[in-house]
Design a protein around this ligand. Structure first.
Ligand code: FES
Ligand code: FES
Length: 156
Protein backbone atom coordinates (compact mmCIF):
# COMPACT_ATOMS: atom_id res chain seq x y z
CA UNK A 1 0.00 0.00 0.00
CA UNK A 2 1.46 3.39 -0.96
CA UNK A 3 2.03 6.23 1.41
CA UNK A 4 1.29 9.89 0.96
CA UNK A 5 2.43 13.06 2.65
CA UNK A 6 0.42 14.35 5.57
CA UNK A 7 1.04 17.36 7.78
CA UNK A 8 0.64 17.14 11.54
CA UNK A 9 0.82 19.78 14.29
CA UNK A 10 3.07 18.22 16.91
CA UNK A 11 4.46 19.96 19.99
CA UNK A 12 3.82 23.35 18.42
CA UNK A 13 5.55 22.51 15.14
CA UNK A 14 4.25 21.57 11.72
CA UNK A 15 5.71 18.21 10.68
CA UNK A 16 5.27 16.66 7.23
CA UNK A 17 5.58 12.93 6.95
CA UNK A 18 4.82 10.07 4.58
CA UNK A 19 2.23 7.74 6.06
CA UNK A 20 -0.13 5.02 4.89
CA UNK A 21 -3.83 5.31 5.65
CA UNK A 22 -3.48 2.34 7.99
CA UNK A 23 -0.53 3.70 10.01
CA UNK A 24 -1.36 4.40 13.63
CA UNK A 25 -0.36 7.71 15.15
CA UNK A 26 1.87 5.80 17.59
CA UNK A 27 3.77 4.20 14.71
CA UNK A 28 4.22 7.49 12.88
CA UNK A 29 5.34 9.35 16.01
CA UNK A 30 7.95 6.74 16.87
CA UNK A 31 9.13 5.36 13.55
CA UNK A 32 8.76 8.36 11.25
CA UNK A 33 9.24 11.33 13.56
CA UNK A 34 11.64 9.92 16.16
CA UNK A 35 9.33 10.82 19.04
CA UNK A 36 9.82 7.67 21.09
CA UNK A 37 8.38 8.93 24.39
CA UNK A 38 5.00 7.32 23.64
CA UNK A 39 5.59 3.63 24.28
CA UNK A 40 4.12 0.60 22.53
CA UNK A 41 2.64 -1.81 25.05
CA UNK A 42 -0.52 -3.76 24.33
CA UNK A 43 -1.28 -1.97 21.04
CA UNK A 44 -4.99 -2.43 21.68
CA UNK A 45 -5.94 0.41 24.01
CA UNK A 46 -5.57 -1.33 27.38
CA UNK A 47 -2.23 -0.29 28.91
CA UNK A 48 -2.03 3.49 28.30
CA UNK A 49 1.74 3.43 27.67
CA UNK A 50 1.18 5.22 24.35
CA UNK A 51 -0.95 8.07 25.79
CA UNK A 52 -0.50 11.49 24.22
CA UNK A 53 -2.67 14.64 24.16
CA UNK A 54 -4.85 15.47 21.17
CA UNK A 55 -6.74 18.77 21.29
CA UNK A 56 -6.56 18.80 25.10
CA UNK A 57 -7.74 15.21 25.61
CA UNK A 58 -5.64 12.20 26.57
CA UNK A 59 -5.57 9.80 23.64
CA UNK A 60 -4.14 6.32 23.23
CA UNK A 61 -2.07 6.80 20.13
CA UNK A 62 -2.20 3.08 19.24
CA UNK A 63 -5.95 3.51 18.69
CA UNK A 64 -5.76 6.54 16.40
CA UNK A 65 -4.70 6.62 12.76
CA UNK A 66 -2.10 9.22 11.85
CA UNK A 67 -4.43 10.62 9.16
CA UNK A 68 -7.07 11.24 11.85
CA UNK A 69 -4.67 13.59 13.62
CA UNK A 70 -4.50 16.03 10.73
CA UNK A 71 -5.85 19.47 11.72
CA UNK A 72 -5.56 18.59 15.43
CA UNK A 73 -3.04 19.75 18.03
CA UNK A 74 -0.89 16.85 19.18
CA UNK A 75 1.32 17.01 22.28
CA UNK A 76 3.67 14.21 23.24
CA UNK A 77 5.79 13.84 26.37
CA UNK A 78 8.64 15.50 24.45
CA UNK A 79 6.52 18.65 24.17
CA UNK A 80 5.38 18.71 27.78
CA UNK A 81 7.97 21.15 29.04
CA UNK A 82 8.30 21.66 32.79
CA UNK A 83 4.82 20.39 33.65
CA UNK A 84 4.53 20.34 37.48
CA UNK A 85 3.35 16.71 37.42
CA UNK A 86 6.74 15.66 36.02
CA UNK A 87 8.54 17.16 39.02
CA UNK A 88 6.17 15.40 41.40
CA UNK A 89 6.70 12.02 39.72
CA UNK A 90 10.40 12.45 40.54
CA UNK A 91 9.79 13.78 44.08
CA UNK A 92 7.46 10.90 44.96
CA UNK A 93 9.50 8.18 43.20
CA UNK A 94 6.41 7.33 41.18
CA UNK A 95 8.18 4.94 38.78
CA UNK A 96 10.55 2.01 38.68
CA UNK A 97 11.49 0.85 35.16
CA UNK A 98 9.81 3.96 33.73
CA UNK A 99 8.28 2.27 30.69
CA UNK A 100 4.74 3.31 31.59
CA UNK A 101 5.75 6.72 32.95
CA UNK A 102 5.35 8.95 29.87
CA UNK A 103 1.83 7.64 29.34
CA UNK A 104 0.97 8.15 33.01
CA UNK A 105 2.37 11.68 33.01
CA UNK A 106 0.38 12.62 29.90
CA UNK A 107 -2.80 11.24 31.42
CA UNK A 108 -2.18 12.87 34.83
CA UNK A 109 -1.36 16.19 33.18
CA UNK A 110 -4.77 16.17 31.45
CA UNK A 111 -6.48 15.17 34.67
CA UNK A 112 -4.95 18.16 36.48
CA UNK A 113 -5.94 20.55 33.67
CA UNK A 114 -9.51 19.27 33.51
CA UNK A 115 -10.11 18.61 37.22
CA UNK A 116 -8.07 21.01 39.38
CA UNK A 117 -10.25 19.98 42.35
CA UNK A 118 -10.23 16.26 41.58
CA UNK A 119 -11.55 13.96 44.32
CA UNK A 120 -10.05 10.56 45.15
CA UNK A 121 -12.79 8.95 43.07
CA UNK A 122 -11.96 11.06 40.01
CA UNK A 123 -8.26 10.28 40.39
CA UNK A 124 -8.94 6.54 40.66
CA UNK A 125 -11.23 6.65 37.62
CA UNK A 126 -8.58 8.38 35.51
CA UNK A 127 -5.82 6.03 36.62
CA UNK A 128 -7.80 3.05 35.39
CA UNK A 129 -6.79 3.90 31.84
CA UNK A 130 -3.10 3.17 32.52
CA UNK A 131 -1.32 0.04 33.69
CA UNK A 132 1.97 -0.12 35.57
CA UNK A 133 3.50 -3.55 36.05
CA UNK A 134 6.28 -2.68 38.45
CA UNK A 135 5.55 0.19 40.82
CA UNK A 136 2.71 0.96 43.19
CA UNK A 137 -0.11 3.23 42.18
CA UNK A 138 0.13 4.87 45.59
CA UNK A 139 3.17 6.94 44.61
CA UNK A 140 1.47 8.01 41.39
CA UNK A 141 -1.60 9.11 43.34
CA UNK A 142 0.65 11.05 45.72
CA UNK A 143 2.31 12.81 42.79
CA UNK A 144 -1.11 13.84 41.45
CA UNK A 145 -2.32 15.05 44.86
CA UNK A 146 0.86 17.06 45.49
CA UNK A 147 0.50 18.71 42.08
CA UNK A 148 -3.17 19.50 42.74
CA UNK A 149 -2.27 21.04 46.14
CA UNK A 150 0.33 23.26 44.46
CA UNK A 151 -2.13 24.32 41.76
CA UNK A 152 -4.75 25.17 44.39
CA UNK A 153 -2.23 27.14 46.48
CA UNK A 154 -1.14 29.03 43.40
CA UNK A 155 -4.74 29.97 42.60
CA UNK A 156 -5.74 31.00 46.15
S1 FES B 1 -0.03 0.54 23.54
FE1 FES B 1 -1.70 1.89 23.39
S2 FES B 1 -2.93 1.43 25.09
FE2 FES B 1 -1.35 -0.05 25.19
S1 FES C 1 7.35 1.77 36.22
FE1 FES C 1 7.69 -0.09 35.14
S2 FES C 1 5.83 -0.48 34.12
FE2 FES C 1 5.41 1.23 35.35
Amino acid sequence: MGSHEITLQINGEERSVHARNTDTLLYVLREKLGLTGAKPGCLNGDCGACTIDVDGQPMKSCLMLAVEAMNKKVTTIEGLQNAPIQTQFIEKFAFQCGYCTPGFIMNCHSLIQQHPNATDTVIKDWLESNICRCTGYKEIEEAIKATLRNVQQYRS
